[in-house]
Structures are given as C-alpha cells and as structure tokens.
Design a binder for this molecule. Structure first.
Ligand code: PFF
Length: 450
C-alpha cells in the first residue's frame, strides 16, 4: 500500500490525461498498456526483488550487487532531484486550486468572473504566488520525511486513496454527462491507429508513453528498490509487482475519463499540454454550479494534494536515504533532520527556475524555440526521457544476464510462486533492453534535431 501511495500521484491525475491528450487518445492508451505489461511489470519486479534481496536503498543496493553498478544508483538520485523539483511546483499549483475552491465556497463569486483559462493564466503569471505555494508544498514534504512519520501517512493513505477513487467517479459522472462529452470517450477508447501511422509518429507516442509509465509507476530510479528493501521474505514479490501497476493504471485511466470528456464538451484543446488538468476540471466543477461545485472542487484537490504528498515523500526519501544510509555504513550519526533539510533546500533551489517560469507565463528566459518546451518539460526530459529509461535498461540487463537464476530464487523464497519467470526473463533479457535502446536513441536524435 505504501508503494501504491508512491505510485499514485500527480503522474496519474495530472500527467496521464495531458499526455493522453497530446498522444492522440486511443493510440497513447494502447501503447501505454502494452508498455505496462512488457516493461512496467518486469522493471517493477526487478526493482522490488533487488531491494528485498539486498535490504538496501538505491545506491547501496546496486553496490551490493557489484561496485561497478554504483553509477546506476546515482542516476536514480539525479532523477529524484529533477522530478521532485517540478513535482513540488505542481503540488503547489494543486494546493492553490484547493485553496481557491475553498474560498469560492464562501465567496461564491465565480472566481471573480474569470473563465477557467483566465484564472489559470492569471495565477501562472503571478510567479510570487506560484513560488509561495511551491515553498509550502516542499516544506510539507520535508517536514514529513524529517519527522520519519511517513508510516503514519501511509495509514492515512488507506482512507485517502479509496476516497480519491470515489471522487474521481463523481467527477467522471459529471464530466460524461456534459453535452458533447461522448467525443472525449471515443477519443480515448475508439480504435484509431492514425496516430501510429508513420515510424516517427509511433516513436513519439512510444517515448511519451514510456516516460509517463516510469514516472507514474515510480520506476527506473530505484524508488521501488527502497520499498522492496522493507518487504518481508514471506511477501509475494510477483503479486506486489502486479498489484501496484494495476492499481496505478486503473487510477490513471479514471483520471483520463474524468478529464477527456470534459475537454471535448467544454471546447478545450486535448493537446494543450501541462495545464490541461487545471483548466479542464475547473470548468467541470464550475458547471456543477452553486455551492456544490466549489465543494467538490475543494475535496478533489485536497485528495490530489494527499496523493501528491505520499509520492513526494518517496522522492525525497530516495535522495535523503542515500546520505543517511551512507552515514550509517560509515558508523556516523545519521542525522536525518539535518540531511533532509539540506537536500530539501537544494531541491528547492533546483526547482526555482520552474516556478519562476510559471509554465512559460513567468519571468524565466524562454528555452530555445527548436525544443518547444517550458522549463518544467526540460527537467521532465532529463528524468523521464533519459535517466529513467537508462536506469530501466541497465537494471533489466542485470536481472536477465547477471542475476539470472538467483533472481528467481529470491522471488520464490518461502514457497512463493513465480509462474511468470520465463516471461520476465525474456522481457528482461531482450524486450526491455531493445525498447529502451530505441527510446533513448530516438530521444537523443530528436533532441539534437537529427
Ligand atoms: N509516481 C508518482 C506519481 O505518479 O505522481 C511520482 C514519482 C514518485 C515518481 C516517486 C518517481 C518516484 F520515485
């Protein structure tokens, strides 16, 4: 459940719908689901197993397998830094919306008469306010990790996650009953292969779906190695590696069904990019009218904030646990508080350009036009686009070609079943490495405009 708490977050609610919109709906969904089965499941099982076998967090787990693998662990920490930097900025936006709907419940002035788009643009342009919410979100993450109360949060999560599902269902009902909404459902579920017609279209969708999958399942950066290290030997790794992706993907699809019908019904552009969730759902809640709209809006964003925090603490934990474990191994006082604050503060500095950029509406200089990105997308590219596929590539090679039989032995401990062993080994040896190499090569070619 703790791992589900890490996996379910902004990746599902914010990332999945906007990438689904940009990736042509059905085409993206299809490629995403295939990737979850052939890559996600395998990498999830690989990370959980390496974690449980070594009993260590990312870097130290790889070192335990072999000193040569240390760099793979470090890549995970860099990914964690990049992701948490933009994650906290977005978490701040979610909190701003939560607060906005709370105010609206009492004021009831239709957000000062502003449309969804105007309200969002107005907020983004106000980088001081965006940065303030970024600080608030980051501070909450630091305080929880510092206090080591993450266990308490996970208990809380057992109520918040089902509540989030109920809330998503309420939003879906409202969204699909808006006039013109069926087009959005058709966009998601009606087979349409035109977006995959050429090789370059296909690679574009594959890259975006793969990045989204790593991000959403918290894979490719060793986060699940840390969670695996807490699993008891009795626990079935195979079951966990199936359950986490199924729960995560279900919530992502629900979020897609909440957003996409409304995108079409309210006349937004599905490929609008990272602002899609905020603008669209604002429209959905306001269409509920009166007090009830802002009321649901407030609860929805409260639950999304909780989901985001249970993910952001795992991101900070990946970075902080490296330093803390290192000190324990060196026989020094771990000093959890001090190192968590220091790392959290460093991530704040790294994230500042993203918050000052305000998804392109702020005061940061624009990135080269050839890239066509806002600053958030640059960080996203470094982590999801390069480091995570690279991490998954190395990890599957280790599982398939180095650990081989000893991998299966760990999974089968205490009489646990491993019926998918041949499938996992074929994927780890060939399918995942080939898919990741393709993704990385075309990613680099695309970046350099080749
Ligand atoms: N999986 C989280 C989400 O979907 O929001 C984000 C995340 C958490 C990514 C932890 C990576 C990670 F290690």
């Amino acid at each position: 459940m703790a791992a589900v708490g890490s996996a379910v977050g902004l990746g599902n609610i914010w990332g999945f719908p906007f990438r689904l919109g940009a990736g042509g709906g059905f085409a993206f969904l299809l490629v995403y689901l295939i990737l979850v089965v052939f890559v996600g499941y395998v990498v999830m099982l690989g990370e959980l197993t390496i974690g449980r076998k070594t009993g260590k967090s990312t870097v130290h787990a790889y070192v335990e397998l072999s000193k040569k693998y240390k760099a793979i662990g470090f890549m995970g920490i860099v990914s964690g830094f990049c992701i948490l930097a933009f994650y906290s900025v977005l978490g701040g936006y979610v909190m701003k919306y939560m607060f906005g709907f709370l105010m609206e419940m009492f004021r009831g002035d239709n957000f000062g008469g502003m449309s969804s788009g105007e309200y969002f643009d107005n907020f983004l342009g106000n980088v001081g306010q965006g940065t303030l919410w970024f600080v608030v979100f980051q501070a909450i993450t630091i305080l929880i990790v510092m206090g080591g109360v993450a266990g308490g949060i996970e208990k809380f999560c057992k109520i918040a996650m089902p509540a989030l599902v109920v809330m998503l269902v309420i939003v879906i009902i409202r969204s699909v009953t808006l006039p013109g909404a069926t087009e959005g459902l058709a966009f998601m579920f009606k087979p349409d292969f035109s977006k995959l017609a050429t090789f370059s279209d296909f690679m574009g969708v594959l890259r975006s779906a793969a990045g989204q999958m790593f991000f959403s399942l918290s894979l490719g950066m060793g986060c699940m190695i840390t969670y695996g290290s807490y699993l008891s030997k009795k626990e079935s790794l195979q079951f966990n590696a199936m359950f986490i992706p199924i729960a995560d993907t279900t919530i992502a699809i629900l979020a897609g069904m909440a957003v996409m019908p409304a995108v079409f019904a309210l006349g937004f552009e599905p490929g609008r990019g990272p602002g899609l969730l905020f603008v669209t759902l604002h429209g959905v809640f306001m269409s509920m009218g009166g007090f009830i709209g802002p009321f649901f809006g407030f609860f929805f964003y409260l639950l999304v904030t909780i989901a985001a925090v249970t993910s952001s603490i795992s991101l900070l934990e990946v970075c902080a646990s490296y330093v803390i474990d290192k000190r324990i191994i060196e026989g020094k006082e771990p000093n959890r508080r001090k190192y968590t604050i220091m790392i959290g503060a460093a991530i704040f500095v790294v994230g500042l350009p993203i918050s000052l950029d305000g998804l392109g509406a702020g005061i940061m200089p624009a990135l080269p036009e050839s890239l066509g990105w806002v600053w958030l997308e640059l960080y996203d590219f470094i982590a999801e686009g390069v480091l995570m596929p690279l991490g998954a590539l190395f990890m599957s090679l280790i599982v398939g070609w180095v650990m081989k039989k000893s991998f299966g032995e760990e999974v089968r401990l205490e009489g646990n079943k491993f019926g998918t062993e041949s499938f996992v080994m074929i994927c780890a040896k060939y399918i995942t490495p080939i898919a990741m190499t393709f993704i990385l090569v075309t990613q680099v070619m695309d970046f350099f405009g080749m």
